[in-house]
Design a protein around this ligand. Structure first.
Ligand code: FES
Ligand code: FES
Length: 161
């Protein structure tokens, strides 16, 4: 076992990890941050997406020890301390961008990354950006709508689901 230390959502944390422990496992089982979901463990669904040193990463594709010393953001860091939702989370709620919610943490983290790089993405750009995040429920229309709304754009032209 190796001692791993990182900053998660602004707080210094540490725990023990085996060489094979995935970052997703470390976050969920080691730190109790179960907002990061595991939908496939094979780098396909994007439910486990987090930010590592400012980059969007599928946390099942990375070993915990590789994140030693890193700055990690998870969905638990999105809302304010008092539970007030972030702009992105509120837009997902307002535009029904989720049903079961399983993919939502990854979608939120992907959206945060997209909007940081491209504050006013087009519908097409959003759909391309989300190609690494699979939703089994919504058909994506309302997710796209939520992201357009989160970026302050008119959503009336987006097809209703
Ligand atoms: S659990 Fe990581 S991509 Fe699906
Ligand atoms: S809301 Fe159910 S998987 Fe996306």
């Amino acid at each position: 076992m190796t001692q791993v230390t990182m900053t998660v959502n602004g707080k210094a944390v540490s725990g023990e990890a085996e060489g094979r422990t995935l970052l997703s496992q470390f976050l969920r089982d080691g730190l109790g941050l179960t907002g990061t979901h595991v939908g496939c463990d094979t780098s396909q669904c994007g439910a486990c997406s987090v930010h590592v040193n400012g980059k969007l990463v599928k946390s099942c594709t990375m070993f915990a020890i590789e994140a030693d010393g890193a700055e990690v953001l998870t969905v638990e860091g999105e809302a304010d301390e008092d539970g007030t939702l972030s702009t992105i989370q509120q837009a997902f709620q307002d535009h029904h961008g989720l049903q079961c919610g399983f993919c939502t943490p990854g979608m939120v983290m992907a959206t945060k990354s997209l909007l940081a790089a491209n504050p006013k993405p087009t519908e097409a750009e959003i759909r391309v950006y989300l190609s690494g995040n699979i939703c089994r429920c919504t058909g994506y229309h309302n997710i796209v709508k939520a992201i357009m709304a989160a970026s302050g754009q008119d959503v009336s032209a987006i097809a209703a689901e």
